[in-house]
Structures are given as structure tokens and as C-alpha cells.
Design a protein around this ligand. Structure first.
Ligand SMILES: Nc1ncnc2c1ncn2[C@@H]1O[C@H](COP(=O)(O)OP(=O)(O)OP(=O)(O)O)[C@@H](O)[C@H]1O
Ligand SMILES: [Mg+2]
Length: 215
């Protein structure tokens, strides 16, 4: 009986002469947060893209919910393990339009009350739902992006530097949101962070990338 949802096994990524990382192995469990840390250009975003099979590693395998990611139907995979990119981009229209976007793609229906519920969950006021999403602050956009992902009920969330563009106050709000979500839902989180303090207060362990020697 495996309690982990994601396993990365001996993942190596090489571009030409350059090895970004070598033999990275870890398991992510439900309700666990693992940090990914390393210098700019070290391969943090690449590791997340490998997890959701948007990039293929030079070596190694990625097992999600007991099945190799290459065997998953891509859309199904990326509904169950959602990557929230470094700069959370909003689609045209209101926050409501943004929340409904993923649901439409996956042909899922949801009532207004559930939208209100998820906004509450990410600490946004319900009245924000009619605002033009692109006019929100960076921290609000991050939380809309997380809410949009949560509506699809993923088993894992992969957050690429969710707070790197935010001031300290918004950073703490977004961290709070993530913490709450992790304890309320049975999901696992991989979070890329440049910030060692953030990694320490926030994660059960940290995977370091990008310190491989160039050869
Ligand atoms: N297809 C590719 N071919 C060659 N090099 C690539 C390719 N994809 C990514 N890289 C390189 O891999 C390195 C790692 O990029 P990545 O975006 O994963 O780093 P990062 O740790 O997320 O950096 P940052 O902290 O700036 O976001 C970069 O130097 C990038 O140029
Ligand atoms: Mg990156």
C-alpha cells in the first residue's frame, strides 16, 4: 500500500554539455509540502514541467498515482496534478470567468455557491468575483490561480514561485492560503521557492537543484 501520490525516480536532466540535475528521487505524500530550491536557471521550473510530462527527462521516471506519467491521458494527468506557473496569468474577463475556465474545458458543472466557497478558501472576498481578473493585485491573482486549480480537485498542486513577485504582506497571505488548503484537502504540494526561510517554515523537506557541476 503506497501512500504517496507522486514519485520521481532518478531524474536526470541534461542539455548538451550541461547537467541541470542528476538522479533526483523523492516521493510526495498527501498533505505534504516539498520545496524545490536552487539558483536561477538551476532547473526548478524544469523539474515541475517534467512532473506533469511537459518535458521529458534525460533519464528517470515519474510515477503519478501508481502510473507512469507517459501512460496518462495528458489532459487527465494535468487535471489531477496542476502546475500553477511562475507568473499566474489571468484569462480575459472576470474572476468568475477565470474560475469557470478550467471547468468548461473539462466539461464539469458547478454552482455559484461552490465558487463562493472556493474564494473563501483562498481568503478572497466574494465580491471580487465580478471584477476584471487582470486588474487584481499580484497576490490576488495568485490566489485566483490557486482557486481555479482547486475547483478541479487535483491530488497534487505544483506551485512555481507563487510569492516571488509579492511584497512581504501578500506573501504571508498566500502562504497562509496554501497552508490552509493543504490541511483542508488531501493534496500534496510541490513548491518552488528561492527563499530559504520560506522553505524552512513551510515544507517538510527541500529538493536542491542546479548545483551540479558543469562538465
Ligand atoms: N529545451 C531546452 N533546451 C536547452 N536548455 C533549456 C531548455 N529548457 C530549459 N533550458 C535551460 O535550463 C535551465 C533551467 O531553466 P529553469 O527555467 O528550469 O530554471 P529555474 O531554476 O526555474 O530558474 P528561475 O529561478 O530563473 O525561474 C535554463 O538555463 C534554461 O535555459
Ligand atoms: Mg523558474
Amino acid at each position: 500500500m503506497h501512500s504517496h501520490i507522486l514519485e520521481m525516480k532518478d531524474i536526470t536532466m541534461t542539455f548538451g554539455e550541461r547537467t541541470l540535475f542528476k538522479d533526483i528521487s523523492f516521493r510526495l505524500h498527501r498533505r505534504e509540502t516539498i520545496g524545490i530550491s536552487g539558483p536561477s536557471g538551476g532547473g526548478k521550473s524544469t523539474l515541475l514541467r517534467i512532473a506533469v510530462d511537459l518535458q521529458t527527462p534525460t533519464a528517470g521516471e515519474v510515477i503519478f498515482m501508481g502510473k507512469d506519467v507517459r501512460e496518462w491521458e495528458p489532459r487527465e494527468l494535468r487535471r489531477n496534478m496542476i502546475l500553477v506557473p511562475q507568473q499566474a496569468s489571468m484569462f480575459p474577463g472576470t474572476v468568475r470567468d477565470n474560475l469557470l475556465w478550467g471547468l468548461k474545458i473539462h466539461r464539469l458543472k458547478i454552482d455559484e455557491e461552490a465558487l463562493h466557497q472556493v474564494l473563501k478558501e483562498v481568503n478572497l472576498p466574494i465580491k471580487i468575483i465580478d471584477k476584471v481578473a487582470d486588474n487584481l493585485s499580484g497576490g490576488e491573482k495568485q490566489r485566483v490561480a490557486i482557486a481555479r486549480a482547486l475547483l478541479l480537485k487535483p491530488a497534487a498542486l505544483l506551485l512555481d514561485e507563487p510569492t516571488s513577485a509579492l511584497d512581504e504582506e501578500s506573501t504571508l497571505v498566500v502562504e497562509d492560503t496554501i497552508n490552509q488548503v493543504i490541511s483542508d484537502r488531501e493534496i500534496g504540494v510541490l513548491i518552488v521557492t528561492h527563499n530559504r526561510e520560506q522553505a524552512q517554515r513551510f515544507t517538510s523537506r527541500v529538493i536542491e537543484v542546479g548545483n551540479s557541476e558543469v562538465h
